[in-house]
Write a protein that binds this ligand. Sequence first.
Ligand code: CP3
Length: 334
Amino acid sequence: METPPFLAACRRQPARYTPVWLMRQAGRYLPEYRAIREKTGFLELCRTPDLAAEVTVGTALRLGVDAAIIFADILLVLDPMGAGLEFTRGDGPAIQHPVRSAADVDRLREVEPGALAYVAEAVKRARAALPATIPLIGFAGAPFTLASYLIEGGGSRLHARTKAFMLTDPGAWRALMERLVRAVAAYLDAQIDAGADAVQLFDSWVGCLAPSDYRTHVLPHVRELIGAIRPGTPVIHFGTDTAGLLECMRAAGGDVIGIDWRIDLDAAWSRLGHDVAVQGNLDPVALLAPVAEIRRRAAAILGQAAGRPGGVLPQTPVEHVLALVDAVHELSAR
Ligand code: CP3
């Protein structure tokens, strides 16, 4: 069997076409997903391996994408640490016991092996149900982004409490990062053991940092985390708004660097160096535009990738996602 295009691209090997998958490819824009969510809360869905696997596999097959991503959330790991994770309808995630002091860091629990066994079980079932041609991506939040949720108590625009904590008590910050590195490394290894073919580290909010703060307070921890993940499985290191941080993220590691739309793909790639793979670059809001514009954008990104291998909003029309997947496959066929 040929190497699936997604895994070939992660390893910078030639593929028949440029693989495509979407962050939040399973979500509220899909009527099938909304039907399941009418009966089941979001966390309950994540904690029910049969349902989580069904959503993962059903979505990938329906969309015709080149990878499935396990249905879960970056914040699940915070719950067994004792943070009290809640998803209340419409409000996004909330942390009941935010971390605001060194004592709060000490009170966090080590994640027991097995605390997140439901995710590993969902990975196992999804892998068993997927065709061999479709790789399964496991994932976790990166330490900075998880720390931001823990410290802010939920989503945040400026991450002011997080930065203040980092700069005021660097010792407690380091202790927090070290706990998160241990928990996330074990969690990702458990997903790999269960059958994940690649793993993605989401540093969704890291773009708020000055490069010097990233280098001092984040980079060493991410490097340690990526180094701790079992070798042989491609690691995708993703962040948003990272135009100021690309070289630092590259230095922290990853086989693939995930970028967003705020930087041209060719410019990002020449800064990263062509000895690493690149993923991403389409603005999710572009999927609200007419199909002709979506195809134009896909062509532009593929053009910048120059033949080298390259979150859906709830209001996105499903046909637009299908059109994107078709456009990428058709325009990049070789
Ligand atoms: O299909 C997939 O991509 C896999 C599953 C997945 C989810 N969240 C499911 C989800 C993944 C990979 C994530 C990642 C995630 N979760 C991120 C990183 C995103 C990025 O682009 O960097 C973040 C910041 C989170 C935390 C989170 N989870 C937020 C802020 C929210 C609320 C926002 C919203 O859309 O309601 C969630 C909830 C969530 N995670 C949903 C899904 C499908 C929506 C839940 C619902 O059904 O109501």
